[in-house]
Design a protein around this ligand. Structure first.
Ligand SMILES: Nc1ncnc2c1ncn2[C@@H]1O[C@H](COP(=O)(O)OP(=O)(O)OP(=O)(O)O)[C@@H](O)[C@H]1O
Length: 529
């Protein structure tokens, strides 16, 4: 498939022989036979059972063929009904992969490559990139392709829309190299052999290959249920918190260790679900005291108050109170710095010295929207220190923001992990996920409003952003967490009444000392949009 000659452009002087008609027929017959045998061997999974069936019919009588076919159909149906997952793994998806490779991709490949400008011509020879494999799954078709010389995955990213429509989908994601092929830890008798095989398969960097994912059934079109109480670990693994699904159906796990998380998205995009998904995954550690959450909710407690018993600090009513929480986090960080310097490089959490997660529901309220200059400077100074030095000392910041512009979020580059939910403008995508992210497929501005919690993230050190959906943690889940996973170190102000979830706080004087000004409150709720 890699190259084809265009015969009309090649001038060949061939000798002319007079061939008798019978010799021509015999020659054609042998050629047909050779091609038939080659095809039969190539597609042995189809020809094998057919040959076996014919042989059985010939030996035992032709009436056995319908009986065998009926039995096979009944067996397959029983398998599908009884154990759908294994039927999918062993029968449905392998067959569908082969079918689609042959029927859809091989047949349409050449015209598509020409149409998308992904084939090249050298003289009279036309080259197009060969398909290496096709693997279908409920999420779509994963097509591995070998790049032509002079092409990079970016060449293909620019053609992703054309590729998608050419093969009958709306979305084609382009990834450099292979995806989802991580070596397993091998043990047991065959461990050495399998490890050797893995080294051969995964050990080599193959910049000559790339992967196209034609998204067919969108697994992220349905809300992802919150993890069940049984799946909430007693001791959360901060390197691997399950918070949602990736587009290929695998779990999305966030590495909170050594990072800060910025969540950006328009109003109603599901920033709350990212926050609550992370809190749910941390809940076991909150209850045991290994993790303390210091929550700041400038929306007057609208977002976070329902889970207040999870928080060891909770500031929701006045901006100075919120600045105090940040200053206290800096103090803890400084104390750890003095104590741990020279003995460890990474803080190890314990109930006496827990991981601290500083949670800010709307960062802009503490920075850009804040009119009190002194207070703003104080808050910005504390945030800058936490974001630049807190990671190794077990102090992590998780912040949500609606508007990711630099004037609003000065520190966005200090957040190593960023989540881009639905956005209102295409330029915002690169602001959040890094330059070129939109070109590489992060179409966050095209996420429909009907898909809250869907977004893009840059994961696994790959340049291409991954489409994800966070779990849907409902109010019932939050109430349940509030009751069952309360922290042993509750917030000092927990005796004070928290405004009900839908109450607009009384308007303040705007100097940052009273409750939030109603104007700012409405802005954060999206009321002025
Ligand atoms: N992952 C999710 N799956 C399904 N529905 C979700 C998900 N996340 C949020 N929703 C729903 O979307 C709506 C808006 O969600 P949410 O309040 O979290 O958005 P937000 O970005 O925090 O909005 P705002 O900025 O206005 O606070 C809610 O009705 C919520 O139930």
């Amino acid at each position: 498939m890699a190259a084809r000659r265009e015969p009309q452009l090649v001038r060949l002087q061939s000798s002319v022989f007079a061939v008798p008609r019978w010799a021509l027929l015999v020659g054609l017959m042998f050629r047909g036979l050779y091609r038939g045998v080659r095809l039969a061997f190539r597609y042995w999974r189809v020809t094998g059972p057919v040959v076996l069936l014919i042989w059985l019919g010939w030996r035992a009588g032709w009436q056995v063929i319908p009986i065998i076919l009926l039995l096979a159909a009944a067996g397959l149906s029983g398998w599908r009904i009884g154990h759908r997952d294994s039927f999918g793994v062993w029968v449905k998806w392998p067959w569908l992969s082969r079918w689609r490779r042959w029927w859809l991709y091989r047949r349409g490949w050449e015209p598509t490559m020409r149409g998308c400008g992904l084939s090249t011509a050298h003289g009279s020879v036309q080259y197009w990139p060969p398909i290496l494999s096709v693997k279908s799954s409920p999420a779509g078709d994963v097509v591995r392709v070998r790049l032509l010389r002079g092409q990079t995955p970016d060449t293909w990213s620019g053609r992703s829309a054309e590729l998608a429509y050419a093969f009958g989908t709306r979305l084609c994601r382009v990834f450099s190299g292979r995806i989802n092929v991580l070596p397993k830890i091998r043990a047991g008798r065959l461990g050495v052999l399998l490890a050797w095989w893995d080294r051969r398969r995964f050990g080599r960097d193959r910049p000559t290959e790339m992967t196209l994912v034609f998204v067919r059934g969108d697994l992220l079109a349905y809300p992802v249920p919150a993890i069940g109480p049984d799946s909430i670990p007693h001791t959360p693994d901060l390197a691997c918190l399950p918070v949602g699904l990736r587009e290929d159906g695998s779990w999305l796990r966030i590495v909170l260790e050594q990072t800060h998380v910025l969540i950006a998205g328009a109003t109603g995009s599901g920033k709350g679900s990212v926050i609550w998904s992370i809190l749910r995954a941390l809940a076991g550690g909150i209850r045991s005291g290994l993790v303390q959450v210091w929550a700041i909710d400038p929306k007057g407690g609208m977002e976070l108050a329902m889970g207040r018993r999870l928080f060891s600090r909770f500031a929701y009513s006045s901006l100075p109170e919120m600045a105090d929480v940040l200053d206290q986090a800096v103090e803890v960080m400084r104390e750890r710095q003095t104590r741990l310097a020279g003995s460890v490089r990474q803080h190890v959490p314990s109930p006496a010295d827990p991981t601290i997660v500083v949670l800010v529901d709307e960062l802009a309220a503490l920075t850009a929207y804040l009119t009190d200059k002194d207070l703003r400077n104080r808050i910005e100074a504390a945030l800058a220190v936490l974001l630049s030095q807190g990671r190794a000392l077990g102090v992590h910041v998780i912040a949500a923001v609606q508007d990711p512009r630099k004037e609003v979020v000065k520190f966005r580059d200090l957040f190593p992990t960023r989540v881009g939910l639905r956005m209102t403008e295409d330029e915002q995508v690169d602001m959040v996920l890094g330059a070129g992210a939109r070109k590489r497929g992060a179409l966050a501005d095209q996420i429909p409003a009907s898909l809250p919690g869907v977004g893009y993230m840059v994961l696994d050190q790959r340049p291409e952003p991954v489409r994800v959906r966070f779990t849907h943690v409902t109010d019932e889940h939050i109430r349940d967490m509030n009751a069952r996973y309360a922290t042993p170190t509750p917030a000092p102000s927990s005796a004070a009444p928290v405004p009900s979830q839908r109450t607009v706080p009384a308007s303040g004087n705007g100097n940052g000392s009273g409750p939030l000004p109603a104007e700012l409150f409405n802005k954060l709720r999206g009321g002025d949009r």
